[in-house]
Design a protein around this ligand. Structure first.
Ligand code: HEC
Length: 478
């Protein structure tokens, strides 16, 4: 077979001792010890394409010219079947399908890193007029000196309620000096990604005063769980606390990542909240485990009778959707009323999903990402019965909070989706048509990790930054 001949010849030529004999003789599609994709690239591809994708014997993989197609499927086919006439050997006998999928991802990630250089540094935004595609605008710093602000929501009187990850709740009068923390809020397990996470008010807050908190509740060290409570603020104190949701004691876990914990109320008073997989991917598919799911409860924590799994034996009645790795963004589409969500993928594979009742979003059976150590997870990006994202990002952007802009101060942004992105320190504007992302624009970057974005009652956009902990306001300048 000419492809195999070319392949063996090439290995002899370029690889020499670089390729382990065990890998060479490994039959295709047999799951073997999985290797870091960067190592595979260095050992197998760099001899022709250059250690930094700059080219050499073969062309650079850094430019935007793709003779054989630059989409995922074409690149995978090039690697698997080779373009033998052009001198590109076939690697389908050496690399498994998941490894080829991981290689496509690796090329995208390496291209982005090598072309763009490092992450933009962090500076303090000044008051100058900034350009964007649809509106010139200015940035105002309306709160400073916060510690990892995570959630924010406006009160009916115009003050801003903010949660900070170490366990601090404040009610901010924007533009005035920081008010002291509310006392008596729950002690939180503030480790790595955990701590006090989202904060929301009841849709009928003006009448009942309920404020909801999501946080990591410490269990027997070093375990924790996501706990949701509601309470009220009276004379600067947190009072009248009630538990809305808490895992059973045997489901506390020691991992300190993937807490999810974003809140969203619907008009009927149901509370939606997210919980990430807490580092155990398979839990996202287990119906008896709360992790890796989006949940829906009544405002007092009760299970709504019309939730999808209430009659399924062994399933948690609070579950609304399954297979969500680490969702940190939730928003209602202002026209269709659909529930939209962003979720952190593994390395690559960050997702934008439209969440429907009872559906399975596939983690970890399908994903566009790979493991952080560079080993593949799967080559499957679609499967029957599993929902694929409507958009995904490779390399990662680490999408956190989201909101559809509904104000009237930036008419050109009306109903666009704004996404806070931790990676690249950027605020992204995304236009959508139906379930298709039609355009993306980075509104700003380089002022710190962007954690969350909300509509203000004044029609302006408010953005929470981490490192440094600040709240910014975007104001039109035309
Ligand atoms: C023996 C040298 C050689 C090795 C080893 C090699 N390639 Fe190639 N590759 C080529 C050549 C030659 C081409 C044809 C394109 C050109 O250079 O114009 C090519 C083309 C490609 C293309 C398509 C580019 C386009 O414009 O569409 C991709 C993607 C690619 N290689 C990826 C890889 C990856 C990934 C590996 C390692 C698994 C690899 N190559 C290993 C020589 C090599």
């Amino acid at each position: 077979m000419p492809i195999v001949v070319a392949f063996v010849l090439v290995l002899g030529l370029v690889a020499g001792t670089l390729i382990e004999p065990t890998a060479m003789t490994r039959p295709p599609a047999t799951p073997g010890p999985q290797r870091d994709v960067a190592t595979v690239y260095a050992e197998v591809c760099a001899a022709c394409h250059g250690a930094r994708l700059e080219g050499g014997k073969a062309q650079t993989l850094l430019d935007d010219t793709w003779t054989f197609g630059g989409d995922d499927a074409s690149m995978a086919a090039t690697i698997r079947e080779g373009r033998v006439a052009a001198g590109m050997p076939a690697f389908g006998a050496l690399l498994t399908a998941p490894e080829i999928r991981a290689m496509v991802y690796y090329l995208r990630e390496a291209r982005a890193t090598l072309r763009a250089g490092k992450e933009p540094g962090t500076s303090t935004p000044d008051a100058s007029v900034r350009k964007s595609e649809r509106h010139p605008y200015r940035i105002e710093i309306v709160a400073d000196g916060l510690t990892t602000p995570w959630g924010m929501t406006f009160l009916p009187d115009g003050r801003l309620l903010v949660s900070e990850r170490p366990g601090i709740v404040r009610v901010l009068d924007l533009g005035t000096p920081l008010t002291p923390p509310i006392t008596g809020t729950p002690a939180v397990w503030a480790q790595q990604d955990g701590g006090l996470l989202d904060i929301a008010i009841h849709p009928d807050y003006a009448a009942n005063g309920w404020i909801y908190l999501a946080y990591c509740e410490p269990g027997p060290a070093p375990t924790s769980t996501t706990k949701i409570v509601r309470g009220k603020i009276r004379d600067g104190r947190w009072v009248d606390q009630q538990t809305i949701y808490q895992s059973p004691a045997d489901l506390y876990v020691a991992d300190n990542t993937h807490f999810g914990s974003r809140f969203l109320f619907d008009k009927a008073g149901h509370l939606f909240f997210t919980i990430g997989d807490r580092g155990t991917m398979t839990d996202a598919q287990s119906l008896g485990n709360p992790n890796g799911k989006i949940h829906r409860v009544l405002d007092d924590g009760g299970v709504p009778p019309d939730n999808p799994l209430v009659t399924t034996p062994g399933a948690l009645g609070t579950i609304w959707s399954v297979g969500n790795r680490n969702p940190q963004g939730l928003a209602w589409h202002p026209v269709t009323g659909e529930l939209w969500s962003t979720e952190h993928g593994p390395r690559g594979g960050d997702e934008l999903n439209v969440i429907e009742k009872g559906l399975n979003y596939g983690w970890p059976a399908i994903t566009y990402g790979i493991n952080y150590d560079g080993t593949p997870i799967t080559d499957a990006t679609t499967a029957p019965g599993l929902e694929s994202p409507i958009a995904y990002w490779t390399p990662s952007v680490a999408p956190s909070g989201i909101v559809f802009y509904t104000g009237d101060r930036f008419p050109g942004w009306k109903h666009d989706l704004f996404i806070a992105m931790l990676l690249g320190n950027q605020l992204r504007r995304v236009t959508v048509s139906g379930h298709t992302v039609t355009h993306q624009e980075t509104i700003f970057k380089g002022f710190g990790r962007v954690r969350h974005v909300v509509n203000g009652p004044d029609g302006l956009l408010y953005v929470a930054l981490n490192d440094p902990g600040r709240i910014l306001r975007l104001v039109p300048a035309d």
